[in-house]
Design a protein around this ligand. Structure first.
Ligand SMILES: Nc1ncnc2c1ncn2[C@@H]1O[C@H](COP(=O)(O)OP(=O)(O)OP(=O)(O)O)[C@@H](O)[C@H]1O
Ligand SMILES: [Mg+2]
Length: 136
């Protein structure tokens, strides 16, 4: 896979920032040529990751970019923060796991929407989620 070309980097610390990150991601998805319903799903994935940043880490950033796959382009999302990290990394990908009384659907939902998904987290250091969706 070739390099990610970052198109937007949004600082995320408030609800307004979540909306902004969502909007920028949607615009890039449209630009790459995703269908309207795919672009909506991509925007939803960005919202969930941004919401987690605000809720659990207080602040962080979302990067959206273009990536060239072997046979098609894609959109990449990176959500990173220097928050508390996730001690139970294995469990957070199970639907219904939440430490905040939430639905626990955010991260599993993002994984389902996107084609590639990776989460790295270190307790006391922070969390980085990277995800790609290919435009087939
Ligand atoms: N950026 C983050 N920093 C620290 N912990 C996180 C972060 N993102 C997620 N988590 C942890 O992972 C759990 C699962 O996250 P997920 O988004 O799947 O569900 P939720 O936020 O609890 O509920 P929902 O998103 O459905 O409202 C959270 O409850 C939280 O403990
Ligand atoms: Mg969540």
């Amino acid at each position: 896979m070739s390099k990610i070309k970052v198109e937007a980097c949004v600082s995320v610390a408030s609800d307004t920032d979540i909306v902004n990150a969502r909007r920028q991601g949607r615009a890039l998805a449209d630009h790459i040529g995703f269908s309207s319903s795919e672009a909506t799903l991509i925007a939803t994935a960005i919202s969930e990751l941004a919401r987690n940043i605000v809720h659990y880490a207080r602040d962080g950033e979302i990067l959206v970019g273009m990536v060239n796959g072997d046979s098609c382009p894609g959109i990449s999302i990176t959500a990173r923060d220097s928050g508390p990290g996730i001690p139970e990394l294995k469990r957070v990908m199970l639907e219904g796991f939440s430490t905040s009384g939430g639905m626990g659907l955010g991260l599993p939902g993002v994984r389902r929407i996107m084609d590639e998904f990776n989460i790295e987290s270190q307790v006391g250091k922070g969390t980085t989620v990277t995800a790609i969706k290919w435009k087939r």
